[in-house]
Design a protein around this ligand. Sequence first.
Ligand SMILES: [Zn+2]
Ligand SMILES: [Zn+2]
Length: 226
Amino acid sequence: MIYKYETHLHTFEASACAVNSGEQMAELYSSKGYAGIFVTDHFFNGNSCIPRDLDWAERVKQFCFGYENAKAAGEKLGLDVFFGFEWNYHAMEFLVYGLDKDFLLANPNCDKLKPAKFASLVHQAGGFISQAHPFREAPYIQKQMQYPELSDAAEVINMGNRSADMNRKALEYAEKYSLAKTAGSDIHSTDRFCGGGMAFDHRLTGPRDFMDCVRAGNCELLGDFI
Ligand SMILES: [Zn+2]
Ligand SMILES: [Zn+2]
């Protein structure tokens, strides 16, 4: 028995580029036999749809709607729904796991930090960073930057990358720096389901279990795009 989890997923409640709601995403993954999903919407420094003129607490509240709607749907469907977010620095993105709304509320303007400061904040709070698609080439990325010293993992399969070569480079990079490996679909729309994510030999007890399994390599990377 394997338990599949999506690790990189966007909802339209918080990501400007996403097409579907958290509820629709939860329904999709439940129908595909996944055990769970991480909702990783673009944070305020990325392609966020949360208005910038609201105060921090209100923005955080709205940011969490995608996750919360997915979670409510997941509870009815028997799908685990965990919180994450995708933090951006000049088109370089960190997928952050193991933290929650309270971390965001307690750290106003953490969208404005330099990567080193942000990473230390995440790690102090017990969070985990996987650098998203570290070798993606796309018009919106002017310069590829990698932060192995700040990362716990690298996203070595991203099904949103345009070529397998970008994933292959990420895999070599993870191996070179002894980083843990994550894989995800980077799904923005229910009609683009591609079967990405990760698989585990048990149902995850929560984000901490996910982090421990990923660190130990006690997991399988899904997606043949490598
Ligand atoms: Zn996006
Ligand atoms: Zn993403």
